[in-house]
Design a protein around this ligand. Sequence first.
Ligand SMILES: [Cu+2]
Length: 497
Amino acid sequence: MTNPTSEGRPRTLPGQEGTALSRSAARVVGVVIVVVISVAALLVRPSLVDASTGVGEASEGAASSSVMETGHTTDVTVKVDGMAFVPSSIEVPAGDRLQITFVNTGDQRHDLVFANGAESGAVAPGAQAVVDAGVVSEDLEGWCSLPGHRQMGMVLDVVAVGASSDEDAGADADASSVASADSGEGDMDHSSTATDSSVPTMAELAEAAENAEPYPADLSELDDSTEHSYTFTVTEGTEEVAAGVTRAVWTYNGTSPGPILHGRVGDTFHITLVNEGTMGHSIDFHAGELAPDEPMRTIEPGQSLEYTFTAGRSGVWMYHCSTMPMSSHIANGMFGAVVIEPDGLEEVDRSYVLIQSEMYLGADGEAADATKVAAGIPDVVAFNGRAFQYDAHPLTAKVGERVRMWVLDAGPNSPWSFHVVGTQFDTVWSEGAYSVYHGTSADGVTRGTTGAQVLSLQAAEGGFVEFVPSEAGHYAIVNHQMSLAEKGAHGVLEVLE
Ligand SMILES: [Cu+2]
């Protein structure tokens, strides 16, 4: 199918299958090469069975076997401040055993793992654990292995004072630990080679969309109730992004986006947040105004909280997990929308909601690669949680019907230049204001024959557009930042006679 109007639309082209096959073959070859290199590295450096340092790192520390055990134990207490260990660096006489009392003074669970395999296990806020890091014969790196925490700066450097290679290794160890933290290549993470080859192609994403149940994009009907009660249960699972590519997803009520709520100005929402995950989570509703301290706090697995807000103003308001690192929690699926209609909003024939979000694929089955998230270049961009799903399962309308599309950019990072190919928007409402309207709008302004081609959204911005298709056909819904459309921010509105 080659439709000249479908910008960025995935097409099945001759030779595409062959491309997919050769990609798979390339992956196998890549894995084999990585394994061969890893084995070779272990053979060359038998004393460094240390996945966190990776292949090709300086090996000055190999002289460590000359260090004599002192029989002495160094005891250190390590605490948490925000997303950092305090202290973040520990000096230990070479040959001493290092015992760390890890006290989690943070507001969510953390752990402390070392490159030599010593680890605390998950430690809840307020709790503590003792880690025996063994006899320190060379510099040693530790970090928090919860997704994104290491990249946020939760790194603990152990410096072996007086190790034979200490003089010259010191500077190198600092440099290499920085490089290691920057690249995010640790044994709890994955090599960038493996990550890059696992990013699905447009055709693979489109095929996955064919096989998946689409997220319902219809905005639910409003009823007369002014009080709304919901339970939001957080769980952690996995989903298939494309054949053979899975990712961890953290969700509200099992879907990403979570439930789309709908109400009027003045409505009150009573939310019970239940955390059935394995780490701390939270929720932040932009639709209400309140002090964040209590309702937006991070709760531990097994805990719940009550969050009540009144929607004082209209908008398509984002909600999301606000537990650090927020970029990772959003990228892993924890977002949704609350649609609060402006007073006097006209009835239309079709009302859809589209939320754009990004994926930064980590190792297969794992959470988002926090280093990629920080770099801000997504692997996959989705409408309502899945790339190309409305190409596979188009939204529909009829000729002459007024179509309203509510749009929200959940991010965490990328903008959305929202455009519907073949249409001009005769109505645009963004972040609380009309810029274009057909006739005289509820705010009493007549805007005549103005129109718009795009509704521009930065992360967390939202609004709606309206248009009336005059001909039957397939109207592509895109992010006109075309590279993002080609990564999945694309769908179709099928207009029937
Ligand atoms: Cu979360």
